[in-house]
Design a protein around this ligand. Sequence first.
Ligand SMILES: NC(=O)c1ccc[n+]([C@@H]2O[C@H](COP(=O)([O-])OP(=O)(O)OC[C@H]3O[C@@H](n4cnc5c(N)ncnc54)[C@H](O)[C@@H]3O)[C@@H](O)[C@H]2O)c1
Length: 351
Amino acid sequence: MGKVIKVGVIGAGSIGRVHIDAYKKAKDVEVLAVADTNGAAAEQAARTYGIPKSFSDPKELIREADVEAVSVCVPNAFHAPLAIEALKAGKHVLCEKPPAMNAKEADAMAQAAKKAKKVLMYAFVNRFQAESQALKKYIEAGDLGEIYHCVASATRRRGIPGLGGWFTTKKMSGGGPLIDIGVHILDLSLWLMGFPEPVSVSAACYQKFGHKKDYVYVSMWGTKVPGGTFDVEDYATAMVRFRNGASLSLECSWAANIASGAFNTQLMGDKGGAFLEVGGGLRLFGEHRGNLVDMSPQFAKTDRFLAEVSHFAECVRGEHGPICTAEQGIVIQKVIDAIYKSSESGREVRL
Ligand SMILES: NC(=O)c1ccc[n+]([C@@H]2O[C@H](COP(=O)([O-])OP(=O)(O)OC[C@H]3O[C@@H](n4cnc5c(N)ncnc54)[C@H](O)[C@@H]3O)[C@@H](O)[C@H]2O)c1
């Protein structure tokens, strides 16, 4: 039996509850406290999951709860302030995606973790699906050869989350589908490519649906806030170039007139290629004895969130470092910042 890790969860909304559930399933982990500025939500989560303490002030949880680690599961604008507060108080932090609102904040978070000598891990859960882990191994074994281009997509035909709420309010979210779902596929692609150094970004963002009074949709992610704000993009496209000569093209949407949404990344190497779907599915493409061949490895379904929190608990125990590092968080945010900047200026941005 490993050392029992005592954790607190900040934010009892959709993903906070997923974290609690995953911690509950993880070995040698106890959830001792939950906080949410909506005190009733914190109390309800505490009752549902049998968590001893609930707080309506996250800073109180950080100060008072007997925990060594926290999950930060709140709107993006509060990632940096709460993660830094927790790190300063000597807690290890598992912070939800995106790392922060921008690179400056991600940098401050990395500095705080370094100073506190505590773990700061970003919750890029898709790295934990079996297909992603397997593809990383194939790539490291050289099966794709030199990866020179990647096409990454996180698109929905109609899927604006909680239209009018915090997701669609720039000062709370930092942006639209790029920073919300694009960040997942950007992270996964960069990780698979070995985090090459980005050198330039050319991008365009559009706002064509979210502000419409007659936004037509089949189902809404989250709850619509009538009369709320929509001041972010609903589509983003970008081309990123890396120092090693490789490139990446990214496409993200919450709403677009497209046949259907996609959540995948396609890697092109000079020896082989790969098509990886978030939510399951991996195909590899190559040549064998003079023929083109496809390979479809089969996997048992993984509980990505359980794998993620278990990995974090191992980091807290000092068994290894985090798979998603504070430094990688800065690189991701730099690319996102550059995408918004390039779109605003209509020019390529050099990093
Ligand atoms: N990994 C994933 O796949 C995934 C999925 C969904 C959301 N997320 C991320 O998780 C975070 C939360 O998203 P969500 O969907 O759970 O949102 P949500 O709106 O469902 O929940 C957010 C909760 O945080 C609470 N809150 C707001 N400000 C707070 C503060 N300062 N301190 C404490 N609590 C506060 C709210 O009352 C709410 O209960 C976001 O950063 C989002 O990008 C990640």
